[in-house]
Design a protein around this ligand. Structure first.
Ligand SMILES: Cc1cc2nc3c(=O)[nH]c(=O)nc-3n(C[C@H](O)[C@H](O)[C@H](O)COP(=O)(O)OP(=O)(O)OC[C@H]3O[C@@H](n4cnc5c(N)ncnc54)[C@H](O)[C@@H]3O)c2cc1C
Length: 355
């Protein structure tokens, strides 16, 4: 039987360290615990909020009504063919490190991302040219209403840029308990992201390495690049008290792309706007470029909230910021970009609790 606690502060369970308390709180270590907790909540008509590592969750200052269910299912298996099955509560970066160490390629560029395995399919976690949708074979989840378990194939998950069925049309309907990844025991790892390509190209070790060493080297370089941007959780780095990238790169059509380019020419910006092809007539614009060229610089502070001094996309809590302070800075950035480029940025982290 699970133990339900009352009035538990969630502040230290979110990596940005803001937010109020959970009215009820439960830790679940296996699927039986999850079903017991769901039944408990159901019998009392309590809404259920799922929490993993809290690295993509902005928690309301007023706290979270109902039951907060913390996922702590542990363990993973790995077969010789590269099928890795990890429980939802396994630390993502521990899992990536283990796979790299065991010479499996496919997720090495996702090194250093905080949080747990179970949250990775929710927003199709991605970085440095890789996304989990490229390797996820299936996702096992429990339905929050009828407590039935279902296995979703990769296609069923409807992955998109920082999105999936679990974050869009079926938001808050499933609790992910296990994720299966088809990794590769044979292919050479290849850096896809420009910054990463440049970093390995000038590393003499890369050119003398075999496949196994290259996987480990890629992980090393990704961690180094991420640390330089405050994107690895590090107690000695105030800039990492954040939720990672706070804004998603907006998808714009040809016409909007043209307007942004025209504005950049008018402003005589020092660099050109950055776009990546995202479909027919669609482009993924760099949110970081848009923010910087709207006049917001690294280290910008509004009240108690601050833009990271290393990365303009991250909002940080330098000390005693509240969620309300973070939201005010979010709005300030969105308005500045909107005013300058007529593009409305969208927040990446999910908001948990009372609005
Ligand atoms: C320093 C830093 C760097 C980051 N870099 C990146 C990056 O490079 N790329 C990237 O994509 N993200 C990045 N992030 C964001 C974050 O780490 C990822 O989104 C991560 O997958 C969130 O995992 P979590 O366990 O902390 O999720 P949480 O914040 O606990 O939860 C996120 C959402 O998923 C839901 N959820 C969590 N677990 C489950 C589950 N088992 N079943 C159902 N729903 C669940 C929650 O209800 C919530 O809505 C970064 C964050 C930080 C702080």
């Amino acid at each position: 039987m699970v133990t339900i606690k009352e009035n538990i502060s969630l502040k230290n369970l979110s990596t940005i360290k803001t937010g109020g308390a959970a009215k009820y709180f439960v830790i679940c270590k296996n699927e039986r615990d999850i079903i017991d907790a769901l039944q408990h909540a159901n019998a009392r008509s309590l809404p259920v909020t799922v929490l993993g590592g809290g690295s993509n969750s902005l928690i309301s200052d007023s706290g979270v009504d109902g039951l907060v269910l913390k996922v702590e299912l542990d363990g993973y298996t790995l077969s010789e063919s590269g099928l890795a099955v990890a429980a939802a509560g396994v630390s993502w970066d521990f899992f990536v490190a283990e796979m790299c160490r065991q010479s499996m390629s496919g997720i090495e560029s996702l090194s250093g991302i905080p949080g747990l395995v179970g949250a990775t399919p929710i927003q199709n976690v991605g970085a440095y040219g890789q996304e989990v949708s490229e390797t996820i074979q299936s996702v096992r989840a429990i339905n929050r209403t009828n407590f039935q378990t279902k296995i979703f194939s990769n296609k069923d998950c409807q992955f998109a840029y920082r999105n999936s069925r679990f974050k869009s049309q079926e938001k808050d309907q499933w609790i992910v308990t296990e994720v299966s990844f088809q990794l590769n025991p044979k292919t050479e790892p290849t850096p896809k992201y420009e910054e990463l390509k440049r970093a390995v190209a000038i590393d003499p070790r890369w050119h003398q390495s075999d496949r196994e060493e290259k996987i480990l080297l890629l992980r090393e370089h990704v961690l180094k690049i991420r640390s330089g941007k405050g994107m690895v959780l590090d107690p000695s780095d105030q800039d990492s008290v954040s939720l990672g990238s706070f804004f998603m790169n907006p998808i714009v059509d040809d016409w909007m792309k043209h307007l942004i380019e025209a504005k950049a020419t008018e402003l005589n910006t020092s660099t050109s706007p950055v776009f990546h092809k995202a479909g027919d007539n669609l482009w993924k614009a760099s949110a970081a470029w848009l923010i910087e060229n709207s006049g917001i610089k690294k280290g910008f502070t509004l009240g108690a909230a601050k833009i990271s001094s290393k990365h303009v996309l991250a909002i940080t809590n330098p000390g005693d910021a509240t969620t309300s302070d973070i939201l005010k800075l979010q709005l300030y950035v969105e308005d500045a970009v909107d005013k300058m480029f007529k593009v409305r940025l969208e927040r990446e982290p999910l908001f948990l609790g009372r609005p």
